[in-house]
Design a protein around this ligand. Structure first.
Ligand code: HEM
Ligand code: HEM
Length: 252
Protein backbone atom coordinates (compact mmCIF):
# COMPACT_ATOMS: atom_id res chain seq x y z
CA UNK A 1 0.00 0.00 0.00
CA UNK A 2 2.65 2.37 1.07
CA UNK A 3 5.73 1.32 -0.73
CA UNK A 4 4.42 -0.20 -3.94
CA UNK A 5 4.54 2.97 -6.03
CA UNK A 6 7.61 5.11 -6.11
CA UNK A 7 7.32 8.26 -8.18
CA UNK A 8 8.82 7.43 -11.52
CA UNK A 9 9.74 10.26 -13.85
CA UNK A 10 9.65 8.87 -17.36
CA UNK A 11 11.85 11.51 -18.81
CA UNK A 12 9.33 12.77 -21.37
CA UNK A 13 8.85 16.50 -21.83
CA UNK A 14 5.75 18.57 -22.40
CA UNK A 15 5.49 21.97 -24.04
CA UNK A 16 4.07 24.76 -21.89
CA UNK A 17 1.82 27.25 -23.71
CA UNK A 18 3.90 27.21 -26.88
CA UNK A 19 6.89 28.68 -25.04
CA UNK A 20 10.16 26.88 -24.71
CA UNK A 21 9.30 25.76 -21.17
CA UNK A 22 9.45 22.04 -20.57
CA UNK A 23 8.39 20.06 -17.52
CA UNK A 24 9.13 16.49 -16.56
CA UNK A 25 6.18 14.16 -16.86
CA UNK A 26 5.94 11.68 -14.04
CA UNK A 27 3.69 8.80 -13.03
CA UNK A 28 2.47 9.71 -9.56
CA UNK A 29 0.63 7.64 -6.99
CA UNK A 30 -2.90 8.95 -6.53
CA UNK A 31 -5.41 6.24 -5.49
CA UNK A 32 -4.10 4.14 -2.64
CA UNK A 33 -4.87 0.43 -2.44
CA UNK A 34 -7.64 0.83 0.18
CA UNK A 35 -9.50 3.30 -2.09
CA UNK A 36 -9.17 1.01 -5.11
CA UNK A 37 -10.16 -2.12 -3.21
CA UNK A 38 -13.07 -0.24 -1.67
CA UNK A 39 -14.23 0.92 -5.09
CA UNK A 40 -14.18 -2.41 -6.91
CA UNK A 41 -15.61 -4.33 -3.94
CA UNK A 42 -18.38 -1.72 -3.80
CA UNK A 43 -19.12 -2.16 -7.51
CA UNK A 44 -19.30 -5.97 -7.12
CA UNK A 45 -21.46 -5.65 -4.00
CA UNK A 46 -23.93 -3.20 -5.55
CA UNK A 47 -24.36 -5.49 -8.57
CA UNK A 48 -24.87 -8.46 -6.23
CA UNK A 49 -27.38 -6.49 -4.14
CA UNK A 50 -29.47 -5.46 -7.13
CA UNK A 51 -29.52 -9.00 -8.53
CA UNK A 52 -30.42 -10.64 -5.19
CA UNK A 53 -32.84 -7.83 -4.20
CA UNK A 54 -34.77 -8.19 -7.47
CA UNK A 55 -34.71 -12.02 -7.45
CA UNK A 56 -36.00 -12.15 -3.87
CA UNK A 57 -36.89 -15.54 -2.34
CA UNK A 58 -33.95 -17.51 -1.00
CA UNK A 59 -31.59 -15.00 -2.59
CA UNK A 60 -32.52 -12.57 0.17
CA UNK A 61 -30.21 -14.43 2.55
CA UNK A 62 -27.32 -13.43 0.27
CA UNK A 63 -28.82 -9.96 -0.06
CA UNK A 64 -28.62 -9.55 3.68
CA UNK A 65 -25.01 -10.72 3.92
CA UNK A 66 -23.79 -8.59 1.01
CA UNK A 67 -25.75 -5.65 2.46
CA UNK A 68 -23.93 -6.00 5.81
CA UNK A 69 -20.61 -6.18 3.97
CA UNK A 70 -21.49 -3.03 2.00
CA UNK A 71 -22.34 -1.20 5.21
CA UNK A 72 -18.86 -2.04 6.51
CA UNK A 73 -17.27 -0.97 3.23
CA UNK A 74 -18.86 2.48 3.32
CA UNK A 75 -18.05 3.03 7.00
CA UNK A 76 -14.45 2.04 6.24
CA UNK A 77 -14.29 4.53 3.34
CA UNK A 78 -15.70 7.35 5.45
CA UNK A 79 -13.07 6.84 8.16
CA UNK A 80 -10.36 6.38 5.51
CA UNK A 81 -11.50 9.74 4.16
CA UNK A 82 -10.18 11.23 7.41
CA UNK A 83 -7.08 9.15 8.16
CA UNK A 84 -6.12 7.86 4.68
CA UNK A 85 -3.57 9.13 2.19
CA UNK A 86 -3.72 12.60 0.65
CA UNK A 87 -6.08 11.99 -2.28
CA UNK A 88 -8.37 9.71 -0.24
CA UNK A 89 -9.07 12.47 2.28
CA UNK A 90 -12.31 14.42 2.11
CA UNK A 91 -10.37 17.51 3.16
CA UNK A 92 -8.33 17.26 -0.03
CA UNK A 93 -11.25 17.12 -2.46
CA UNK A 94 -14.46 18.42 -0.90
CA UNK A 95 -14.79 22.09 -1.85
CA UNK A 96 -17.45 24.77 -1.61
CA UNK A 97 -19.89 25.83 -4.36
CA UNK A 98 -17.46 28.58 -5.45
CA UNK A 99 -14.82 26.01 -6.39
CA UNK A 100 -17.39 23.87 -8.21
CA UNK A 101 -18.49 26.88 -10.29
CA UNK A 102 -14.88 27.89 -10.94
CA UNK A 103 -14.16 24.34 -12.04
CA UNK A 104 -17.14 24.33 -14.40
CA UNK A 105 -16.18 27.74 -15.83
CA UNK A 106 -12.55 26.62 -16.20
CA UNK A 107 -13.57 23.35 -17.85
CA UNK A 108 -15.68 25.03 -20.44
CA UNK A 109 -13.56 28.12 -21.13
CA UNK A 110 -10.30 26.28 -20.62
CA UNK A 111 -8.67 29.53 -19.54
CA UNK A 112 -7.02 31.12 -16.58
CA UNK A 113 -9.51 30.58 -13.77
CA UNK A 114 -8.91 28.38 -10.77
CA UNK A 115 -11.03 25.76 -12.46
CA UNK A 116 -8.41 25.28 -15.15
CA UNK A 117 -5.86 24.04 -12.68
CA UNK A 118 -5.38 20.31 -12.94
CA UNK A 119 -6.86 18.15 -10.19
CA UNK A 120 -5.06 14.88 -9.67
CA UNK A 121 -7.61 13.57 -7.20
CA UNK A 122 -11.38 14.07 -7.49
CA UNK A 123 -12.19 17.44 -9.04
CA UNK A 124 -14.69 19.69 -7.18
CA UNK A 125 -17.62 18.46 -9.29
CA UNK A 126 -16.57 14.81 -9.06
CA UNK A 127 -16.32 15.25 -5.28
CA UNK A 128 -20.05 15.99 -5.18
CA UNK A 129 -20.75 12.75 -7.00
CA UNK A 130 -18.48 10.83 -4.60
CA UNK A 131 -20.32 12.27 -1.58
CA UNK A 132 -23.69 11.59 -3.21
CA UNK A 133 -22.82 7.98 -4.00
CA UNK A 134 -21.48 7.33 -0.49
CA UNK A 135 -24.58 8.94 1.07
CA UNK A 136 -27.15 6.99 -0.96
CA UNK A 137 -25.37 3.67 -0.46
CA UNK A 138 -25.03 4.34 3.29
CA UNK A 139 -28.72 5.20 3.54
CA UNK A 140 -29.59 2.07 1.55
CA UNK A 141 -27.60 -0.19 3.86
CA UNK A 142 -29.01 1.42 7.03
CA UNK A 143 -32.61 1.38 5.79
CA UNK A 144 -32.11 -2.31 4.89
CA UNK A 145 -31.41 -3.06 8.56
CA UNK A 146 -35.00 -2.00 9.32
CA UNK A 147 -36.62 -3.43 6.17
CA UNK A 148 -39.12 -6.28 6.05
CA UNK A 149 -40.35 -7.97 2.86
CA UNK A 150 -43.29 -9.54 4.75
CA UNK A 151 -42.24 -12.96 3.43
CA UNK A 152 -38.88 -14.44 4.31
CA UNK A 153 -36.53 -11.67 5.20
CA UNK A 154 -36.36 -8.89 7.70
CA UNK A 155 -33.44 -6.71 8.62
CA UNK A 156 -32.02 -7.28 12.12
CA UNK A 157 -33.58 -4.09 13.45
CA UNK A 158 -37.02 -4.46 11.78
CA UNK A 159 -38.63 -5.47 15.07
CA UNK A 160 -36.82 -2.75 17.01
CA UNK A 161 -39.20 -0.19 15.47
CA UNK A 162 -42.97 -0.16 14.91
CA UNK A 163 -44.45 -1.99 11.90
CA UNK A 164 -45.35 1.36 10.33
CA UNK A 165 -41.79 2.69 10.57
CA UNK A 166 -40.37 -0.58 9.24
CA UNK A 167 -42.83 -0.44 6.29
CA UNK A 168 -41.87 3.18 5.62
CA UNK A 169 -38.16 2.35 5.67
CA UNK A 170 -38.78 -0.64 3.37
CA UNK A 171 -40.51 1.72 0.96
CA UNK A 172 -37.59 4.16 1.16
CA UNK A 173 -35.19 1.23 0.67
CA UNK A 174 -36.92 0.48 -2.64
CA UNK A 175 -37.16 4.14 -3.70
CA UNK A 176 -33.55 4.86 -2.80
CA UNK A 177 -32.40 1.89 -4.87
CA UNK A 178 -33.70 3.79 -7.92
CA UNK A 179 -31.73 6.85 -6.83
CA UNK A 180 -28.59 4.69 -6.64
CA UNK A 181 -29.21 3.64 -10.25
CA UNK A 182 -29.55 7.28 -11.32
CA UNK A 183 -26.34 8.36 -9.56
CA UNK A 184 -24.40 5.37 -10.87
CA UNK A 185 -25.70 6.21 -14.36
CA UNK A 186 -24.43 9.80 -14.01
CA UNK A 187 -21.13 8.49 -12.60
CA UNK A 188 -20.61 6.25 -15.62
CA UNK A 189 -21.69 9.02 -18.01
CA UNK A 190 -19.08 11.36 -16.46
CA UNK A 191 -16.38 8.70 -16.87
CA UNK A 192 -17.42 8.13 -20.50
CA UNK A 193 -17.38 11.94 -21.08
CA UNK A 194 -13.82 12.13 -19.78
CA UNK A 195 -12.78 9.20 -21.95
CA UNK A 196 -14.39 10.18 -25.23
CA UNK A 197 -14.47 14.00 -25.04
CA UNK A 198 -11.62 15.01 -22.74
CA UNK A 199 -9.51 12.01 -23.84
CA UNK A 200 -8.65 11.12 -20.27
CA UNK A 201 -8.88 7.56 -19.02
CA UNK A 202 -9.94 7.74 -15.36
CA UNK A 203 -10.52 4.00 -15.04
CA UNK A 204 -6.88 2.94 -15.39
CA UNK A 205 -5.78 4.96 -12.32
CA UNK A 206 -8.65 3.39 -10.36
CA UNK A 207 -7.06 0.04 -11.26
CA UNK A 208 -3.33 0.69 -10.88
CA UNK A 209 -3.36 3.76 -8.63
CA UNK A 210 -1.23 6.09 -10.71
CA UNK A 211 -1.77 9.08 -12.98
CA UNK A 212 0.55 11.07 -15.17
CA UNK A 213 1.26 14.62 -14.04
CA UNK A 214 3.78 17.31 -14.78
CA UNK A 215 5.64 20.13 -13.03
CA UNK A 216 4.44 21.31 -9.65
CA UNK A 217 1.43 18.97 -9.66
CA UNK A 218 3.74 15.98 -9.91
CA UNK A 219 6.02 17.41 -7.23
CA UNK A 220 3.14 17.98 -4.84
CA UNK A 221 1.87 14.45 -5.41
CA UNK A 222 5.27 12.91 -4.82
CA UNK A 223 5.65 14.84 -1.56
CA UNK A 224 2.37 13.49 -0.16
CA UNK A 225 2.52 11.69 3.17
CA UNK A 226 1.01 8.23 3.21
CA UNK A 227 -0.11 6.29 6.26
CA UNK A 228 1.57 2.97 7.06
CA UNK A 229 -0.18 -0.05 5.49
CA UNK A 230 -0.99 -1.57 8.88
CA UNK A 231 -3.37 1.34 9.54
CA UNK A 232 -5.67 0.27 6.70
CA UNK A 233 -5.63 -3.37 7.84
CA UNK A 234 -6.26 -2.41 11.48
CA UNK A 235 -9.12 -0.14 10.42
CA UNK A 236 -10.62 -2.85 8.19
CA UNK A 237 -10.55 -5.35 11.06
CA UNK A 238 -12.04 -2.88 13.55
CA UNK A 239 -14.81 -1.85 11.14
CA UNK A 240 -15.47 -5.51 10.29
CA UNK A 241 -15.84 -6.46 13.95
CA UNK A 242 -17.97 -3.41 14.73
CA UNK A 243 -20.26 -4.07 11.75
CA UNK A 244 -20.62 -7.71 12.82
CA UNK A 245 -21.56 -6.63 16.35
CA UNK A 246 -24.08 -4.09 15.04
CA UNK A 247 -25.81 -6.43 12.56
CA UNK A 248 -26.00 -9.28 15.08
CA UNK A 249 -27.47 -6.82 17.59
CA UNK A 250 -24.77 -7.53 20.11
CA UNK A 251 -25.55 -4.15 21.66
CA UNK A 252 -29.22 -5.04 22.11
C1 HEM B 1 -26.22 -0.86 0.06
C2 HEM B 1 -26.84 -1.93 0.41
C3 HEM B 1 -28.13 -2.41 -0.23
C4 HEM B 1 -28.61 -2.26 -1.52
C5 HEM B 1 -27.95 -1.53 -2.69
C6 HEM B 1 -29.91 -2.89 -1.57
C7 HEM B 1 -30.72 -2.94 -2.69
C8 HEM B 1 -31.97 -3.51 -2.72
C9 HEM B 1 -32.79 -3.62 -3.89
C10 HEM B 1 -32.41 -3.12 -5.28
C11 HEM B 1 -33.95 -4.22 -3.53
C12 HEM B 1 -35.13 -4.53 -4.43
C13 HEM B 1 -36.09 -3.35 -4.39
C14 HEM B 1 -37.27 -3.57 -5.29
O1 HEM B 1 -37.91 -4.61 -5.19
O2 HEM B 1 -37.55 -2.67 -6.08
C15 HEM B 1 -33.87 -4.51 -2.12
C16 HEM B 1 -34.85 -5.11 -1.39
C17 HEM B 1 -34.72 -5.46 -0.07
N1 HEM B 1 -33.62 -5.27 0.73
FE1 HEM B 1 -31.90 -4.36 0.21
N2 HEM B 1 -30.18 -3.42 -0.32
C18 HEM B 1 -29.12 -3.16 0.51
C19 HEM B 1 -28.97 -3.54 1.82
C20 HEM B 1 -29.90 -4.28 2.54
C21 HEM B 1 -29.71 -4.76 3.89
C22 HEM B 1 -28.46 -4.55 4.76
C23 HEM B 1 -30.86 -5.41 4.21
C24 HEM B 1 -31.23 -6.13 5.49
C25 HEM B 1 -30.43 -6.84 6.15
C26 HEM B 1 -31.77 -5.32 3.10
C27 HEM B 1 -33.05 -5.80 3.06
C28 HEM B 1 -33.91 -5.76 1.99
C29 HEM B 1 -35.27 -6.27 2.01
C30 HEM B 1 -35.99 -6.88 3.20
C31 HEM B 1 -35.77 -6.07 0.72
C32 HEM B 1 -37.14 -6.49 0.20
C33 HEM B 1 -38.11 -5.35 0.26
C34 HEM B 1 -39.44 -5.82 -0.30
O3 HEM B 1 -39.47 -6.40 -1.38
O4 HEM B 1 -40.45 -5.57 0.37
N3 HEM B 1 -31.14 -4.64 2.07
N4 HEM B 1 -32.64 -4.06 -1.64
C1 HEM C 1 -22.18 0.22 -8.70
C2 HEM C 1 -21.52 1.06 -9.40
C3 HEM C 1 -20.54 2.08 -8.87
C4 HEM C 1 -20.50 2.78 -7.71
C5 HEM C 1 -21.50 2.71 -6.56
C6 HEM C 1 -19.31 3.62 -7.76
C7 HEM C 1 -18.92 4.47 -6.75
C8 HEM C 1 -17.77 5.25 -6.76
C9 HEM C 1 -17.28 6.03 -5.67
C10 HEM C 1 -17.94 6.12 -4.27
C11 HEM C 1 -16.15 6.64 -6.07
C12 HEM C 1 -15.22 7.51 -5.22
C13 HEM C 1 -14.01 6.68 -4.90
C14 HEM C 1 -13.35 7.11 -3.62
O1 HEM C 1 -12.78 8.21 -3.53
O2 HEM C 1 -13.41 6.32 -2.66
C15 HEM C 1 -15.92 6.28 -7.44
C16 HEM C 1 -14.88 6.73 -8.23
C17 HEM C 1 -14.62 6.24 -9.47
N1 HEM C 1 -15.30 5.25 -10.14
FE1 HEM C 1 -16.98 4.34 -9.55
N2 HEM C 1 -18.66 3.42 -8.93
C18 HEM C 1 -19.38 2.48 -9.65
C19 HEM C 1 -19.07 1.93 -10.85
C20 HEM C 1 -17.97 2.25 -11.57
C21 HEM C 1 -17.56 1.62 -12.81
C22 HEM C 1 -18.33 0.47 -13.48
C23 HEM C 1 -16.43 2.23 -13.21
C24 HEM C 1 -15.60 2.00 -14.44
C25 HEM C 1 -16.08 1.83 -15.62
C26 HEM C 1 -16.10 3.25 -12.24
C27 HEM C 1 -15.03 4.09 -12.29
C28 HEM C 1 -14.69 5.02 -11.34
C29 HEM C 1 -13.57 5.93 -11.46
C30 HEM C 1 -12.62 6.02 -12.66
C31 HEM C 1 -13.54 6.69 -10.30
C32 HEM C 1 -12.54 7.84 -10.00
C33 HEM C 1 -13.14 9.08 -10.57
C34 HEM C 1 -12.17 10.25 -10.48
O3 HEM C 1 -11.10 10.15 -11.08
O4 HEM C 1 -12.49 11.24 -9.79
N3 HEM C 1 -17.05 3.24 -11.24
N4 HEM C 1 -16.92 5.41 -7.83
Amino acid sequence: MNDEHAVSANGKSVQGGGAASTAAVAAVYVWDLPVRLFHWLLVASIIGLFVTGKLGGNWMEWHKLIGFFTLGLVVFRIIWGVVGSEYARFASFVRGPGAVLAYLRGSFSGAGSDGAKPYLGHNPLGALSVLGLLAVVLFQAISGLFADDDILMRGPYANAVSGAISAQLTKLHKLNSDLILVLVGLHLAAIAFYFFVKKENLVKPMLNGSKVADGSTAQAASAQKRPAPWLAWALAICVGVLTYLVVTRAFG
